[in-house]
Design a protein around this ligand. Structure first.
Ligand code: UD1
Ligand code: UDP
Length: 367
């Protein structure tokens, strides 16, 4: 069985690494890695190949940045050639980025079997590009692998036949389980003269938070207010860096005392920073799940989450309104109480990838 695994953007690497490892454990499976090149800076791509022990991609499509249409179209044109040359039995896509949808469309137009890992998540907000990518990918996938109960419920509501849906757990937690010992052994807080459990870790990159000058300014004001109470560490996403430049906000942010702005961090470094943070403030999808797994309090600056289990069972709290005083009140509250009594969601046990591979191995030739 020949499988092509698609990676393109940062959150894809930690999902595909355990899957590739599990595919290779079966000597009858040929597993290849296709990197679209949607993310291309070394700190957004190469470092993850090294740390997650992924091999050099079999194909690098090198599409780079652009509008949604440009990225999607470029990936489609390049990936079609790969499929025609490789004739795979199955293409596997993960998550909800543009690379996911682009490769899913090409795959099904060529009548190849398609697996979607992290299927069924829905924020209910169709203004998010990721929500459209999720809905469209799920609507054409043959195997839909679900991470949490809401995924099952959503897909059932959308009339996806039950025999296509598999509740297998969360491959992102496979990477976290596999690498946590190595990551915890690093000393990132000490590197930046911080005490463990006495700093806030922030990430911010969603267009709705960083693409308008006014909202980005509110974010900066919030960081300034927060940094008076506790040091803040901000690994800066390239989209956010670009917007700070565009809106001439670089000077304003760089003047905040007690705010440590870093390059995007490697996987192990970032897990270390998360684990020893007093609090995480984010708009990332994956970080909501990882903080729940690690039992670290997380405030998510978004109106909705496609990962509701992180709120109902995990450590996550949504902050829907981007107002400095509201965010500060939520921060004060969470800094002065223990993390919510969180439980690790069902099947987030480090074994999702072997479950997925076993299922695919049993099913792909039954068609
Ligand atoms: C993408 C995903 C988003 C995901 C995020 C993870 C889509 C629609 N969005 O958002 O779901 O949460 O990745 O990080 O697929 N850039 C660089 N270097 C890079 C990559 C990007 O400088 O290596 C800059 C470019 O200016 C680019 C901008 O970041 O225009 C945005 O990149 P893009 O991949 O379009 O979207 P992200 O915001 O990264
Ligand atoms: N991450 C990382 N370095 C960073 C920020 C995040 O390694 O500086 C990891 C994080 O631990 C998680 C993944 O990147 O595994 C989440 O990716 P991102 O926030 O870019 O995308 P999203 O999950 O929002 O789609």
């Amino acid at each position: 069985m020949k499988v092509l695994n698609i990676v393109g953007a940062r959150p894809n690497f930690m999902k595909v690494a355990p899957l590739h490892r599990a595919f290779l454990a079966n000597p009858n499976i040929d597993s290849k890695i296709i990197h679209t090149g949607q993310h291309y800076d070394a700190c957004m791509s190469k470092v993850f190949f090294e740390q997650l022990e992924l091999p050099k991609p079999d194909y690098y499509l090198g599409v780079g940045s652009g509008s949604h249409a440009v990225i999607t179209a470029k990936i489609m044109m390049a990936f079609e050639k790969v499929i025609l040359a490789e004739k795979p039995d199955l293409v596997l896509v993960v998550g909800d980025v543009n690379s996911t949808l682009a490769c899913a469309l090409v795959t099904k137009k060529l009548n190849i079997q398609l697996a979607h890992v992290e299927a069924g998540l829905r924020s209910g907000d169709r203004r998010m590009p990721e929500e459209l990518n999720r809905i469209m990918t799920d609507s054409i996938a043959d195997y839909l692998f679900v991470t949490e109960q809401s995924g099952l419920t959503n897909l059932t509501k959308e009339n996806v036949p039950a025999e296509k849906i598999f509740f297998v757990g969360n491959v992102m937690m496979d990477s976290l389980c596999f690498y946590q010992k190595k990551a915890f052994a690093l000393s990132l807080p000490e590197k930046y003269n911080l005490s463990r459990k006495a700093y806030v870790l922030m990430t911010m990159h969603r267009p709705e938070n960083v693409d308008q000058a006014e909202k980005l300014t509110t974010m900066i004001d919030m960081m300034a207010a927060l940094s008076e109470k506790m040091p803040v560490v901000l690994p800066l996403h390239p989209r956010t860096a670009k917007q700070l430049q565009k809106f001439s906000l670089k000077e304003k942010i760089s003047k905040i005392p007690n705010l440590i702005i870093l390059e995007p961090q490697g996987y192990l470094e970032f897990i270390n920073l998360m684990n020893y943070a007093a609090l995480i403030i984010t708009d990332s999808g994956g970080v909501q799940e990882e903080s729940t797994f690690l039992g670290v309090s997380c405030l998510t600056v978004r109106n909705s989450t496609e990962r509701p289990i992180t709120v109902t069972q995990g450590t996550n709290v949504l902050i829907p309104e981007l107002k400095v005083d509201l965010i500060m009140a939520a921060i004060e509250k969470s800094l002065h109480q223990d993390p919510k009594d969180a439980i690790i969601p069902p099947l987030w046990d480090g074994k999702a990838a072997p479950r997925i591979v076993e299922c695919l191995w049993k099913n792909v030739y039954n068609h």
